[in-house]
Design a protein around this ligand. Sequence first.
Ligand SMILES: Nc1nc2c(ncn2[C@@H]2O[C@H](COP(=O)(O)OP(=O)(O)OP(=O)(O)O)[C@@H](O)[C@H]2O)c(=O)[nH]1
Ligand SMILES: [Mg+2]
Length: 359
Amino acid sequence: MKIGLIGLPKSGKTTLFNLLTGSHVATARYDAGRAELHTGVARVPDPRLDRLAALFRPKKTTYASFEVVDLAGIAKGERAGLETKEFRNADALLHVVRAFTDAVSGPPDPKRDIVDLETELILADLEVVERRLERLEASIKRQRKEAEVREQAILRRLKAALEAERPLRAVDLTPEEAKAVRGFTFLSEKPILHCLNLDEKAIADGSRVVEKYGLGAIAAHRRTRVGWVSAVIETEVAQLAGEEQQAFLADLGLEEPAIHRVLSDCYALLGLISFFTIGDDEVRAWAIPEGTRALEAADTVHSDMARGFIRAEVNSYDDLVAVKGSFPELRSRGQLRLEGKDYIVQDGEVCHFRFNVAR
Ligand SMILES: Nc1nc2c(ncn2[C@@H]2O[C@H](COP(=O)(O)OP(=O)(O)OP(=O)(O)O)[C@@H](O)[C@H]2O)c(=O)[nH]1
Ligand SMILES: [Mg+2]
């Protein structure tokens, strides 16, 4: 899964990028904002995986992860950066919204910035739709092809929505229609997390940002969430370990480090859950969309496991921890189930895929 960081200039995107990926890209208040692209990997913290690793002591513990792409800011009316390929194929957008006062840009106005950014996404998509519609019209005039006529009908509907300033994520498409337009990688179609970057003094407002900034209507939109971070101070928190970190968090009145909050918002936005695999070499968490069948879950681990799928041995995390990681005990309690390929994997389950691939 890939997350694209997006936002108006100087909203704190690169600061948040560093925080999520543990990178050290330079940030600055007054530079022109170079149009460079950063990519990194954010590991999804998961106390359950830590617990399993402590029980099984594998050689390696692998967290679920997101690829994160950080772009230069998108100023109002300047959408060129949105064409970047790495960005276009992101699965979700993480919109960093300035909610701290800046000497140059003045007091924050998150609602205005969200509307402005969405407008840029909508206009970028509208350009793509209009260009394609012109071509289609010319082509259909020359020779009528049913597939092109169908595409034209879908795109006209999308155009109407965009002209009414509705992002494409709010438009109802059948699975076939969605598939037909997937190649356009529309930006306003991607799920979006508006992440308000708060001043450290306002950190206590975190849980109330929706009310405080009048974002209730925005938060209610489809495939949209509103979250928050205080990127600079939370980077300082992230650099501490153990008790020191706990003490700093408590001082700030925070329950958990920013990375937990932001990445679990991304999980929820994308409708993801985690399952675990346990081997001698590796204990690992995998992110899958909620509602994924055992067969596709197996495929995320290895395509051979899906190809030669026989059964999935499944148990719950809680049951496994209760027997201190003893699979024989789990079996004797009847808590180790055998499931077929249509079984829907649940959050926190441990899966072992039995498979057989002919050589
Ligand atoms: N007070 C305050 N300042 C912040 C916060 N987050 C970022 N900044 C400051 O804002 C400036 C810009 O931060 P960046 O992370 O470079 O912002 P950006 O969105 O990546 O900027 P561009 O890529 O140039 O558009 C830096 O000086 C940061 O220290 C915050 O939470 N609070
Ligand atoms: Mg930046």
